[in-house]
Design a protein around this ligand. Structure first.
Ligand SMILES: Cc1cc2nc3c(=O)[nH]c(=O)nc-3n(C[C@H](O)[C@H](O)[C@H](O)COP(=O)(O)O)c2cc1C
Length: 194
């Protein structure tokens, strides 16, 4: 989880409360752990090795992630470890983004305000995953955060919890999942992204 101003956050503070309590999930607050951007690469690599699914949970900043998340990728995803010849440490693991956006879901369409879909903006993450021989999943997205009430954000937080439990416990068909715009659509019984 990377959020440079968690004290002002409405979305991620709520998501964090949920993730922090779930069994089998390691919650890691990058800005709290590395306030001076001095990322401990070996610690991060050891943690990655222990997990099957890596989630980059962050607010969408300038159509991407906050700076520390980029620093984390630049330092931790080393050649010869994450990619390149003999770089197979992450092979077969899953990667996804869990993002919040100020803009509403319909602004992230080809004919919408931002003129591209969320998946298109997330392409550098997707291709990074592919280069590392990881399987990239569609994002979980809390969209339209600016106009959402706290109660509406709480609905997304519950949805996030259900999604994480689903990914942990239920075998899913990758071909079906990969076709989804967002993982919010995975569980039909849950409210869809706005
Ligand atoms: C520096 C900065 C850049 C942002 N860039 C975007 C953006 O590109 N697209 C968007 O929809 N919202 C953007 N936003 C809005 C945030 O994504 C939004 O406030 C955040 O996801 C809400 O989550 P929070 O309550 O946990 O902070 C930006 C906000 C900041 C501060």
């Amino acid at each position: 989880m990377a959020h440079p101003a968690l004290e002002k956050s409405r979305v991620h503070r709520r998501l964090n409360r949920i993730v922090g309590k779930l069994e089998g999930i390691t919650f890691r607050d990058l800005y709290e752990t590395y306030p001076t951007f001095d990322i401990q690469v070996e610690t991060e690599k050891a943690l990655l090795a222990q997990h099957d699914l890596v989630i980059f949970q962050h607010p969408f900043y300038w159509y991407s992630g906050p700076a520390l998340l980029k620093q984390w990728q630049d330092l931790v995803l080393e050649h010869g470890w994450a990619y390149g010849t003999n770089g197979t440490a992450l092979k077969g693991k899953y990667l996804m983004n869990a993002i919040s956006t100020g803009g509403p879901y319909n602004a992230y369409q080809l004919d919408g305000h931002h003129q591209h879909t969320l998946q298109q903006f997330l392409l550098p993450f997707e291709q990074t995953a592919k280069l590392c021989n990881m399987i990239y999943l569609p994002p979980f997205a809390v969209t339209g955060a600016h106009r959402m009430t706290d109660a509406e954000i709480d609905v997304y937080a519950t949805q996030y919890k259900q999604l994480l439990e689903y990914l942990q416990n239920s075998p899913f068909d990758l071909n079906t999942v990969k076709k989804l715009d967002t993982l919010n659509h995975l569980l039909k019984t849950l409210p869809q992204a706005k």
